[in-house]
Ligand binder design. Structure first.
Ligand SMILES: Cc1cc2nc3c(=O)[nH]c(=O)nc-3n(C[C@H](O)[C@H](O)[C@H](O)COP(=O)(O)O)c2cc1C
Length: 196
């Protein structure tokens, strides 16, 4: 249809990266795209912590995998114990996305008593990161498992500003195309109803 649709449909979670670091101007363009996401009441309640220090990425990987082994979930135990699994998929850049907990909305989200929207605002910013990266031929993966690190005292080492809660991480790097990406999972059908 047009390039935006092409980028949306070609983006996949990338779990194999080349060790080469992405260019500074590419990183800056991707983060700028994130900052153009919509946000409730235009709070723009995000903070991006960019980690390109290999030693820190490796130490976070180790600590998260230790937590996974202690988890009550079988899949987490298995992955935490696996030599092959790397939480950050050996990506050279990791972006931690945090939201300002004090960014409040006057209305709660329907069905909840949540009066603030930084979590959904940050999710919108993350999607911009993924799509902007794909448009530049850069691979990315949204990471939730990193939350196991956010519960540890070591999270302080990330220097996230006070009142901000880290929610997710995104990996960024050039794709290792030596093995093909899996095809996109089949899309669920029956997800639309019309009132006309
Ligand atoms: C909230 C959220 C958390 C995710 N956490 C992880 C994760 O911890 N590790 C990982 O490899 N992928 C993670 N993913 C990526 C999903 O597994 C992936 O988006 C899904 O399997 C669909 O594949 P696709 O992104 O290639 O379309 C996460 C995605 C989302 C939206």
């Amino acid at each position: 249809m047009n390039q935006v649709f092409d980028v949306i449909k070609s983006r996949r979670s990338v779990r194999r990266y080349l060790p080469k670091q992405i260019k500074e101007e590419e990183l800056n363009a991707i983060i700028e795209a994130a900052s153009y996401a919509p946000s409730g009441h235009n709070c723009q309640p995000w903070h991006f912590t960019i980690i390109q220090n290999k030693a820190l990425i490796e130490s976070m990987n180790k600590k998260i995998k230790q937590q996974m082994v202690l988890s009550s979930h079988d899949w987490a135990n298995r992955m935490g114990a696996s030599e092959q699994y790397h939480v950050f998929h050996h990506a050279p850049t990791v972006v931690i996305v945090s939201g300002d907990k004090t960014a409040t909305s006057p209305l709660p989200l329907a069905g909840t008593d949540i009066r603030y929207t930084p979590l959904v605002d940050c999710a919108a910013a993350i999607e911009n990161i993924l799509l902007a990266a794909e448009s530049l031929g850069i691979g990315s993966c949204w990471l939730g498992v990193v939350n196991l690190f956010f519960e540890l005292p070591e999270v302080k080492e990330l220097g996230i500003p006070d009142s901000y809660q880290p929610y997710f991480a995104v990996t960024l790097g050039y794709k290792d195309t030596s093995t093909a990406l899996q095809v996109a999972p089949k899309r669920r059908t029956g997800i639309v109803s019309y009132i006309r």
